[in-house]
Design a protein around this ligand. Structure first.
Ligand SMILES: Cc1cc2nc3c(=O)[nH]c(=O)nc-3n(C[C@H](O)[C@H](O)[C@H](O)COP(=O)(O)OP(=O)(O)OC[C@H]3O[C@@H](n4cnc5c(N)ncnc54)[C@H](O)[C@@H]3O)c2cc1C
Ligand SMILES: NC(=O)c1ccc[n+]([C@@H]2O[C@H](COP(=O)([O-])OP(=O)(O)OC[C@H]3O[C@@H](n4cnc5c(N)ncnc54)[C@H](OP(=O)(O)O)[C@@H]3O)[C@@H](O)[C@H]2O)c1
Ligand SMILES: Cc1cc2nc3c(=O)[nH]c(=O)nc-3n(C[C@H](O)[C@H](O)[C@H](O)COP(=O)(O)O)c2cc1C
Length: 555
């Protein structure tokens, strides 16, 4: 098979040479047959026939080579699925390709899998990258070298795109003795089941007889050292000393342009509409995408910490190739607990600081709005103080101030590319992504949209009420059902509204509708899932998930 592909490659090169030769011959033939300088004479029937014959044979020959070489080597996309990228590699074209598989919920594992693929390409190793849901047990058995980049969601669960693979392929040990693999598992040690899915995958691969190329690499909250470790393994796999360092995703400076409280008088926590504009260049995103925000502590908290440690915040320190003042740096880092930094000076403290992890927020707008909109609920600690990220965005950051932000592509929550009907279900701040999806659909003239949304009281907790009412009035939103949980004695939630509309749900799904759910991971998401299974049947729901017609962004 490999030899065949090489042979065809050489033949195709010959065929390209033949193209030039053919045109040369044609020119000579026509010249000979009476094309005189700047004067045209019909060369005659015999010459025309000879020229046409030559040209025809050449086209048939080249067409045949191109057909046999397949789409990837012809520079076309090899797979129908956009989640797949392949390329022939110049150096080790004789080696088996490395297959990179990813399972991602909010896009990071996908991004790292693509960077992995890019590194392999750079080193000349033939490779391709695919979402795990594009692969089966048979695909894996045919793979001699596989790299998995997977995250964990829920409570130690696989990302939605890997649910079917986990249930079907991983149900029992398989025969994978010919497979060698590497595993990059993303997780967060704040969760009980750290890297739950990555570890489950590792156990299954080992039980199935697959051989590890190297020890699995577990990444706690994007830990840069662990990612460098993975790159080091990649370099060894590619048999090169070094691969170009991956650029860690960088924050860009954005400006907080607007902040509005949306739920005055609510029984729930305060919820704000924010608008942010880039301070450098332009940004692009798609409905369903997220932003990562680099949070900061309130200036008063930093000042208090400095004074408790008798340190001067104005001292310039060194930190990861930057030279900020200590107070500027402290604002972006975990504030060390009392006693942790006793006796250290400003420079020594800076050397021990760790950046705060980013916070994710769903984008509530589309690029045509000219700004990124967010819908942020201020989260509270037990002592009444605000959460770090939501407190920074909704209280401490002043209008006009700079916010460190990066857009995160979240392809698993993009809307279907076609005009099929769309059912949008969510609660609370889940409205953010639902609003962006609705805006995108309406801008594209796609009006078969149905919104099911739950919040506490209509009078206080109806974000973007005017806009939604207008869409309904204009027929751009075909139907909307609301669950106002605190307007009656018992709690009524969005899943109850969904069950009440069971017949309509069946009709929409029969008409090809896709379903997108955004909001609470605890409570709402499993309850909606249960109602969908009850109304549509568990098998049908699984099929919807597997075919990308049931997508969730729940947190
Ligand atoms: C994919 C994704 C999308 C998100 N989109 C939005 C959005 O559009 N709008 C929005 O407001 N938020 C959204 N969030 C949540 C957001 O990222 C932050 O987690 C939230 O703002 C709290 O962060 P904080 O720094 O203010 O709180 P922290 O300082 O981290 O914690 C403050 C308090 O909140 C509690 N807390 C933290 N996490 C949780 C949790 N999961 N459940 C219950 N209590 C918790 C902590 O225990 C603590 O008491 C999203 C999260 C994810 C993962
Ligand atoms: N992963 C993270 O990083 C993170 C961080 C912070 C918060 N969160 C979570 O984010 C979620 C969204 O928060 P939010 O503030 O936007 O929403 P929310 O304020 O928690 O709730 C919005 C609506 O959902 C209702 N609700 C409560 N339980 C429900 C259930 N079992 N089924 C369906 N609806 C239910 C609420 O009703 P009632 O209040 O009347 O019961 C309310 O009407 C919360 O679950 C929160 O725990 C996640
Ligand atoms: C709702 C939610 C649940 C999560 N659950 C876990 C978990 O149980 N165990 C874990 O190690 N990490 C957990 N994580 C952390 C993610 O695995 C981690 O952020 C990862 O980098 C996300 O990668 P992705 O964007 O490719 O999905 C969770 C994250 C979110 C948002």
């Amino acid at each position: 098979m490999k030899r065949d592909r090489d042979t065809f490659g050489r033949l195709a090169a010959v065929s390209n040479g033949m193209l030039l030769t053919t045109f040369g011959l044609l020119a000579a033939l026509l010249w000979y047959c009476r094309v005189e300088a700047l004067q045209w004479h019909d060369p005659g029937r015999r010459c025309w026939l000879a020229a046409a014959g030559l040209l025809g044979s050449w086209m048939v020959l080249v067409g045949w080579f191109r057909h046999r070489r397949g789409p990837a080597e012809n520079g076309e996309t090899a797979s129908a699925t956009p989640a797949s990228q392949t390329a022939a590699a110049p150096v080790s074209a004789v080696a088996d390709p490395v297959r990179v598989f990813y399972a991602s919920q909010t896009g990071l594992a996908e991004q790292l899998a693509r960077q992995t693929w890019q590194s392999l390409q750079t080193a000349g190793v033939p490779s391709r990258v695919d979402a795990i849901d594009a692969s089966t047990l048979a695909t894996l058995r045919d793979t001699s070298r596989a790299l998995f980049v997977v995250s964990t969601t829920g409570d130690g669960e696989p990302p939605d795109m890997a649910v079917a693979f986990a249930r079907q392929a991983m149900a029992n040990a398989a025969d994978l003795h010919g497979v060698r693999y590497g595993l990059l598992a993303l997780g967060d040690s704040d969760y009980d089941e750290f890297c739950g899915f990555g570890r489950q995958l590792q156990r299954w691969l080992r039980a199935s007889g697959a051989q590890a190329l190297f020890d699995p690499v577990e990444v706690d909250d994007e830990d840069a050292a662990a990612l460098r470790h993975w790159q080091h393994h990649l370099a060894a796999l590619c048999d090169v000393r070094d691969l170009p360092d991956w650029q860690p995703p960088r924050y860009q400076p954005w400006q907080l342009a607007e902040r509005r409280l949306l739920n005055a008088g609510s029984l729930g926590g305060p919820c704000f509409h924010l608008a942010l504009r880039p301070l450098q260049g332009a940004a692009s995103w798609q409905a369903g995408d997220l932003v990562d925000i680099g949070p900061r502590h309130a200036p008063a908290d930093v000042a208090q910490w400095l004074s408790a440690h008798a340190l001067d915040g104005n001292v310039t320190v060194m930190f990861e190739k930057e030279s900020p003042t200590l107070s500027n740096l402290l604002a972006r880092c975990r504030l060390p607990a009392p006693g942790e930094m006793t006796g250290l000076d400003e420079v020594a403290v800076a050397a021990r600081l760790q950046l705060l992890p980013h916070r994710e927020y769903s984008i509530a707008s589309v690029p045509a709005d000219g700004a990124i909109h967010l819908l942020v609920r201020r989260q509270g600690n037990l002592d009444g103080t605000p959460g770090i990220g939501s407190g920074w965005l909704t209280m401490h950051a002043s209008i006009g101030s700079e916010i460190a932000l990066r857009v995160r592509r979240n392809a698993a929550f993009h809307a279907p590319a076609d005009a099929r009907p769309l059912i949008l279900i969510g609660n609370g701040t889940g409205m953010a992504a639902l609003r962006a999806l609705l805006k995108e659909r309406i801008d594209a003239g796609r009006y078969r949209n149905w919104l099911l949304y739950g919040e506490r009281q209509q009078a206080h907790d109806f974000p973007y009420r005017d806009e939604i009412s207008q869409w309904l009035a204009r027929g751009q939103l075909e139907r909307a059902d609301f669950a106002w949980s605190r307007e009656q004695a018992e709690r009524v939630y969005v899943q109850h509204r969904l069950r009440q509309a069971a017949d309509t749900l069946r009709e929409w799904v029969a008409a090809g509708a896709a379903i997108q759910v955004c909001g609470s991971l605890q409570g709402m998401a499993p309850a909606v899932d249960a109602v969908l299974g009850e109304v549509l049947g568990d098998t049908a729901l699984e099929q919807l998930r597997e075919t990308g017609r049931y997508r969730r962004d729940v947190y």
